[in-house]
Design a protein around this ligand. Structure first.
Ligand SMILES: NC(=O)c1ccc[n+]([C@@H]2O[C@H](COP(=O)([O-])OP(=O)(O)OC[C@H]3O[C@@H](n4cnc5c(N)ncnc54)[C@H](O)[C@@H]3O)[C@@H](O)[C@H]2O)c1
Length: 271
């Protein structure tokens, strides 16, 4: 989703700094932007590391003269078992990469935007797990609840400075984080029986990253907007929250999981 978002920004004329711990993939994203006629720079960044995040933000200043928008999308999902079987290292890693990272990114992005004095917009990618859990995702769910908490707190703190801070809460999107988590759980004999409903079942139909993130970056959610298959949690600058859903295309991994479900996820009415 980070790549699709970066490409969408670049397509609309933004200069992009792509920051990721995955160097080859990050450089590929920058190359794709360049091939499309855009301008981008990659910075190898572990988002759980404060100085590294500060460097990435500084790169936006040094290379492109400032920072107006930021999307904080990096995360991992490495759990394969119910809470009591989740080891401390796994939980700590989830908190570092999924939650501490958002704190660090917000901190440095907000400081940069305040220094510029012309406001800005920040979007954190949370999850439907920010509102409810799914089997074998206690740590991930806790971090995604935390991302909403940070988003709400920061939005209140900086609305007066003209910095809009929102969260997008996707359902199941066919990306490496989802497919990797499903496959890892399939291999783990400790997983709970409820895991047959994991990911696809509780989160609803899966969608492609482009359908989730390819829409106009940073636009505000409007009541008539049904393009984004996500919940959008908005800052006080525009208080509203809604969910828009539509059927998506399920990939083979997720379809396999659906076969164990008592009913089709599409028939669910949860949102
Ligand atoms: N795919 C889904 O079904 C789904 C559903 C809800 C929410 N989300 C959220 O959407 C966001 C984007 O995920 P995605 O689906 O594109 O997954 P993805 O695995 O394709 O992307 C995650 C990215 O985070 C990067 N990353 C991991 N650890 C990092 C670290 N320490 N420092 C810097 N970068 C790091 C990875 O290299 C990868 O590029 C995540 O926050 C995820 O939790 C995804």
């Amino acid at each position: 989703m980070g790549r699709v978002t970066a490409l969408a920004f670049a397509a609309r004329g933004a200069n992009v700094v792509a920051a990721d711990v995955a160097v080859a993939a990050g450089e590929e994203t920058v190359a794709l932007i360049g091939q499309a006629g855009g301008s981008a720079r990659f910075v190898a960044t572990d988002v759980s590391n404060g100085p590294a995040v500060r460097r990435a933000v500084q790169t936006a200043f040094d290379t492109f003269g400032g920072l107006d928008c930021a999307v904080n999308a990096a995360a991992i999902e490495i759990e394969t078992a119910p809470l009591a079987d989740c080891d401390e290292e796994t939980f700590d890693r989830l908190v570092a990469v999924n939650l501490r990272s958002v704190f660090l990114c917000l901190k440095h992005e907000i400081k940069a935007m305040l220094a510029q004095g012309r406001g800005g917009a920040i979007v954190n990618i949370a999850s439907t797990n920010s509102f409810r859990s799914q089997p074998n995702q206690a740590g991930y769910t806790a971090t995604k609840h935390g991302v909403l908490g940070l988003t709400r707190a920061a939005a209140v703190d900086y609305a007066a400075a003209g910095i809009r801070i929102n969260a997008v809460c996707p359902g199941a999107i066919e990306t490496p984080i989802l497919l990797g988590a499903i496959e890892a759980r399939e291999r783990d004999p400790r997983r709970s029986p409820a895991d047959s409903a994991c990911s696809a079942g509780s989160a609803g139909p899966t969608r492609s990253p482009k359908r989730c993130c390819g829409c106009a970056p940073m636009r505000q959610a409007s009541p008539s907007d049904t393009r984004s298959p996500s919940t959008v949690a908005t800052s006080p600058a525009k208080p509203s929250a809604r969910t828009a859903r539509r059927p998506g295309d399920a990939g083979p991994e997720v379809q396999r999981h659906r076969q164990g479900l008592p009913g089709s996820p599409e028939k669910r009415e949860d949102a």
